[in-house]
Design a protein around this ligand. Structure first.
Ligand code: FAD
Length: 269
């Protein structure tokens, strides 16, 4: 800006606009040439990394199951990120759905540092843990002793997914519940509640929904969305270091900050 304002904006068609107030609301800064300009105004732009993306699986072991989903899965990044929950979808590239998108948002920085190569653990049964599955197996051993595992899933999983889980656990489909060896039982439980996959990349660049990072929130007055460093400069939306999980939180952040900035800019005029 020129001394004492006005702000000067050069438009693409060569026109020049001057104003007392300026609101930057250009969305993600990830592929924007404006980062340099914002930094030249003494603002800090926190590292820009992708968020809300699906995972590509290495040698995708479930590619033929793409389109299959479970209503509630628990997922975490190994060795020990917190668990995230929600519906999970197997895609032709890997894993997606709200559970995965949420995990990608919470772990965005860590996953970026790892080059989006990591291990993910899936609990296909959501909140059921190893102990509760063990007790379900006990019940099945008693009540369905002569039934085959292949046609008698322990829980309501899509048939083809159940068949793949048995295969991964190394259990023949015609094994009966009564004759399930202890070692196979343990393998089955582990495959159901702690199924591990190697992730090799995320959905293609720019396919992610939102950018994590942006203009530092410490430098912005939330009552007006005005810069604390440059009077008359306002920020709104995704250009800020503000991102949320799925569920409309990013839209809401953009609308709310846009409304506050717009009202503040309009009020003294
Ligand atoms: C595929 C996809 C799905 C999504 N789904 C969801 C969802 O379900 N829920 C949710 O909450 N969020 C979702 N998001 C994220 C959400 O769309 C964004 O967080 C939100 O739109 C950000 O709003 P914004 O106004 O800050 O930026 P944008 O909506 O990106 O708008 C910025 C505008 O500024 C313009 N612009 C950029 N640079 C310049 C410049 N130099 N000069 C002039 N104009 C410029 C752009 O052309 C654009 O029109 C999704 C995003 C994508 C890509």
């Amino acid at each position: 800006p020129a001394t004492g304002n006005p702000w000067v904006v050069k438009l693409g068609d060569g026109r020049v606009e001057k104003s007392q107030k300026l609101c930057l609301a250009m969305g993600s800064l990830a592929h924007s040439g404006l980062v340099r300009i914002i930094e030249s105004l003494d603002h800090q732009v926190l590292p820009l990394v992708p968020s809300l993306f699906a995972f590509n699986l290495k040698n995708h072991p479930m590619k033929d199951l793409s389109g299959i989903s479970v209503p509630l899965a628990r997922v975490r990044i190994l060795p020990k990120s917190p668990y995230r929950e929600g519906p999970l979808l197997i895609t032709h590239r890997g894993l997606s759905g709200p559970a995965i998108l949420k995990l990608s948002a919470w772990e965005a920085r860590d996953l970026h540092e790892r080059g989006h190569r990591f291990s993910v653990e899936v609990n296909w049964l959501g909140q059921k843990d190893g102990e509760s599955v063990r007790s379900m197996v006990r019940t099945f051993r008693e009540t369905r002793a002569t039934s085959k595992l292949g046609s008698n899933p322990i829980t309501e999983l899509p048939k083809r997914l159940w068949a793949r889980i048995l295969e991964r656990a190394g259990i023949p489909e015609d094994r009966t519940w009564a004759h399930l060896p202890k070692a196979e039982e343990e393998k089955l439980i582990a495959t159901l509640v702690a199924c591990e996959f190697e992730v090799d990349g995320k959905t293609t660049n720019k396919d992610e929904f939102v950018t994590c990072g942006g203009v530092s929130l410490k430098e912005v007055d939330f009552r007006t969305m005005e810069s604390r460093l440059r009077p008359g400069l306002h920020f709104a939306g995704e250009c800020l270091d503000l991102d949320g999980v799925t569920g409309g939180f990013n839209f809401q952040a953009a609308w709310t900050t846009g409304r506050i900035a717009g009202s503040a800019i309009a009020s003294p005029l």
